[in-house]
Design a protein around this ligand. Sequence first.
Ligand code: HEC
Ligand code: HEC
Ligand code: HEC
Ligand code: HEC
Ligand code: HEC
Ligand code: HEC
Ligand code: HEC
Ligand code: HEC
Ligand code: HEC
Ligand code: HEC
Ligand code: HEC
Ligand code: HEC
Length: 306
Amino acid sequence: MRQDKWMKGACCIMVIGVLGLISACVQVQENQTGGTAPLVPEQQVNVDAQAQAAKDAAALNPYETEIKPLTVDQCGQCHPGIFQKIKEKGERHRFQCQDCHQQLHSYNPLKQNWAEVMPQCGSCHKELPHGKAFTACLECHKDPHMPLEIAMDKNLVASCGTCHTQPQAQLVQFPSAHSQQECTACHSKHGLIPSCMDCHSPHVPDQALESCKSCHPVHKPMQVSYNDSEASNTTCGSCHGSVFKEWSGTTSLHGQVTCATCHDTHGKIPDCQQCHTAPHDAKILQKFPRCLDCHINVHNLPTKAK
Ligand code: HEC
Ligand code: HEC
Ligand code: HEC
Ligand code: HEC
Ligand code: HEC
Ligand code: HEC
Ligand code: HEC
Ligand code: HEC
Ligand code: HEC
Ligand code: HEC
Ligand code: HEC
Ligand code: HEC
C-alpha cells in the first residue's frame, strides 16, 4: 500500500517534469520560426500540431483513449495458472476465454451468484453428448480448462457400463474370471488400456500381445476363437504337449494341417467327413463306421512305407 502511494507520487512528479519540457520545447520552436517564412509547409505544421495536441490532451486526461478487448494473453497475465492449463490440456477448448466467459469479474460473494455468472456448458453443447443420463457435466469434467482430465472417482466408476454398454454386457453374458474383476482393476485410469502381460505370462515365450486378443476377446476371455491359426500351433502345444509332439513328428499329410484348422473351436472334435467326403466304399464304412479303427491316430496317421 505504502509503496503504491510512493509510486503515484513519483509518477505525478514525472508527468509535471515532462509537461515542463514540452512547454519549453514549444517556446524554443516559436522563437526560431517567429516572423520569418515557414521552414516546413503549412499543412505539415498543422498535422504536427494536431498530433501534439492529442498527445498533450492524453497526458492531461488518461481517458482520451479507446479500450481494446482483453486478449487471451492479457487474461493470462493475471490468471497464469488457468492460461497454462488451457495451453497444455485445454484440448479443443483452446479458444478465446471470452467465448466462454461472456460476463467477467461479476461474481459477488454477497449475492452468491457464482453459478449464474459462470459459463453454461449447454450454451455451446446443445445436445447432451452422453444422453439424458448425464446432465451434471462438471461432476466428471471437473475443470473446463482441462476438459478431458477426468478423475476416476465414484461418479465415473458407477457409470462405466452406462456409457460402455458392450463391455459390460459381454462380462455379464459370458462369465469368466474377468467378470469378477472391477472395470477399474484393469482400467486404472479412464481410457487406459492395460497389457495382458501386466497380469499374465504368455503361453509361449515371445508370444505377441496382439495374438492374445485375437484368441481371447478380453471381456469374454473364455470365448476363445482362432483367427491367428498359423501362429497358434505352439500355443496349443504349450498345454497339449503330447499331441503336439506326435503331430509335429508325423510324416503324414495331417502334419501340414494346423491344429486350429481341424479344431476350429476350442475343445471341438471334428468329423473326418467334414473334409473327406466318401473316401471309401459305402459297404466298407458300414462295416467299420469308425475311421480311426483303421487309421489309428489322427495326429500321426500311419502312412505307406516309402
Ligand atoms: C470452454 C469454456 C471456458 C473457457 C475457454 C475458459 N473458461 Fe474459465 N471457466 C469456465 C467455467 C465453466 C468455469 C466455472 C467452473 C466451476 O464453476 O467450477 C470457469 C471458471 C473460471 C475461473 C474461476 C474458477 C477458477 O478456476 O479459478 C477463472 C478465474 C477462469 N475461469 C478464467 C479463465 C481464463 C483466464 C480463461 C482463458 C485463458 C478461461 N477461463 C477460459 C469455462 C471456460
Ligand atoms: C488485472 C488482472 C486481471 C485480468 C487482466 C483479468 N483478471 Fe480475471 N480476475 C482477476 C482477479 C484479481 C480475480 C478475483 C480473484 C480470483 O478469482 O483469482 C479475477 C476473477 C476472475 C474470474 C472469477 C470471478 C468472476 O467474477 O468472474 C473469472 C472467470 C475471470 N477472472 C476471468 C478472466 C478473464 C476471462 C480475463 C480476460 C478476459 C481476465 N479474468 C482478466 C484479475 C484479472
Ligand atoms: C463457448 C462454447 C463452449 C462452452 C461454453 C463449452 N464448450 Fe466444450 N467444447 C466447445 C467446442 C467448440 C468443442 C470442440 C468441438 C466439439 O466437441 O463440439 C468443445 C469440446 C469439448 C470437449 C471435448 C474436448 C476434446 O478435445 O475432445 C469436452 C469434454 C467439453 N467440450 C466439455 C465441456 C464442458 C463440461 C463444458 C461446461 C463446463 C463446456 N464444454 C463448455 C465449446 C464449448
Ligand atoms: C459420468 C461422467 C460424465 C458426465 C456427467 C459427463 N461426461 Fe462428458 N465425458 C466423460 C468421459 C469419461 C468422456 C471421455 C473422455 C475421453 O475421451 O477421454 C467424456 C467425453 C465428452 C466429450 C467428448 C466426446 C467425444 O466423443 O469426443 C464431450 C464433448 C463431453 N464429454 C461433454 C459433456 C457435457 C456437455 C456434459 C454435460 C451435459 C458431460 N460431458 C457430462 C464423462 C462424463
Ligand atoms: C459419460 C460417459 C462415459 C463414462 C461414464 C465412462 N466412459 Fe469411458 N469413454 C467415454 C468416451 C466418450 C470415450 C472416448 C470415445 C471412445 O473411444 O468411445 C471413452 C473411452 C474409454 C476407453 C478407451 C477406448 C478406446 O478405444 O481406446 C476406455 C478403456 C474406457 N473409456 C473405459 C471406461 C471405464 C472403465 C469407465 C468407468 C470407470 C468409463 N470408461 C466411464 C465415455 C464414458
Ligand atoms: C481383466 C481386465 C479388464 C476388465 C475387468 C475390463 N476391461 Fe475393458 N479392456 C481391457 C483390455 C485389455 C482392453 C483392450 C482390448 C483390445 O485391445 O482388444 C479393454 C478394452 C476396453 C474398451 C475399449 C474397447 C471396447 O471394447 O470398446 C472399453 C470401452 C472398455 N474396455 C471398458 C470396460 C468396462 C466398462 C469394463 C467393466 C464393465 C471393463 N472394460 C472391464 C481389460 C479389461
Ligand atoms: C489387471 C490384471 C489383468 C489383466 C490386464 C488381464 N487379466 Fe486376464 N485375468 C486376471 C485375473 C485376476 C484372472 C483370474 C485369475 C487368473 O487366472 O490368473 C484372469 C483370468 C484370465 C483368463 C482365464 C479366465 C477364466 O475364466 O478362467 C484368461 C483367458 C485371461 N485372463 C486372459 C487375459 C487376456 C487375453 C488379457 C489381455 C487382453 C488379460 N487377461 C488381461 C487379470 C487380468
Ligand atoms: C491360439 C489361441 C490362443 C492365443 C494366441 C492365446 N491363448 Fe490363452 N488360451 C487359449 C486357450 C485355448 C486356452 C484354454 C482355455 C480353456 O481352458 O478352455 C487359453 C487359456 C488362457 C488363460 C487361462 C489360464 C491358463 O493358463 O490356463 C490365460 C490367463 C491366457 N490364456 C492368457 C493368454 C495370454 C496372456 C495370451 C497372449 C500372450 C494368450 N492367452 C494367447 C488360447 C490362446
Ligand atoms: C492354457 C492351456 C490350453 C491351451 C493353450 C489350449 N488348450 Fe485345449 N484344452 C485345455 C484344457 C484345460 C482342456 C480341457 C480338458 C478337458 O476337458 O479334459 C482343453 C481341451 C481341448 C480339446 C478337447 C479334448 C477332449 O478330450 O475333448 C481339444 C481338441 C483342444 N483342447 C485343442 C486345443 C487346440 C487346438 C489348441 C490351440 C488352438 C488348444 N487346445 C489350446 C487347455 C488348453
Ligand atoms: C486333421 C485334423 C486334426 C489336426 C490337424 C489336429 N487334430 Fe487334434 N484331433 C482331431 C480329431 C479328429 C480328434 C479326435 C480323435 C479321437 O476321437 O480319438 C482330435 C483329438 C484331439 C485332442 C483330444 C484327444 C487327445 O488325443 O488328447 C486334443 C487335445 C487335440 N486333438 C489337440 C490337437 C492339437 C494340439 C493339434 C495341433 C498340434 C491337433 N489336435 C491337430 C483332429 C485333428
Ligand atoms: C479339417 C480337414 C480335415 C479333417 C477334419 C480331417 N482331415 Fe484328413 N486330411 C486333410 C487334408 C488337407 C489332407 C491332405 C490330403 C488331402 O488334401 O486330402 C488329409 C489327408 C488324410 C489322409 C491321407 C494321409 C496321407 O498322409 O497320405 C488320411 C488317411 C486322412 N486324411 C484321414 C483322416 C481321418 C481318418 C480323419 C478323421 C479322424 C481326417 N482325416 C480328418 C484334412 C482333414
Ligand atoms: C477298414 C479300414 C478303413 C476304414 C474304416 C477307413 N479307411 Fe480310409 N483308408 C484305408 C486304407 C487301407 C487306405 C489306403 C491307405 C493307403 O493307400 O495308404 C485308406 C485311405 C484313406 C484316405 C487317403 C485316400 C487317398 O486318396 O490317398 C483317406 C482320406 C481316408 N482313407 C479317409 C478315411 C475316412 C474319412 C474314413 C472314415 C469315414 C476312413 N478312411 C475309413 C482303410 C480304412
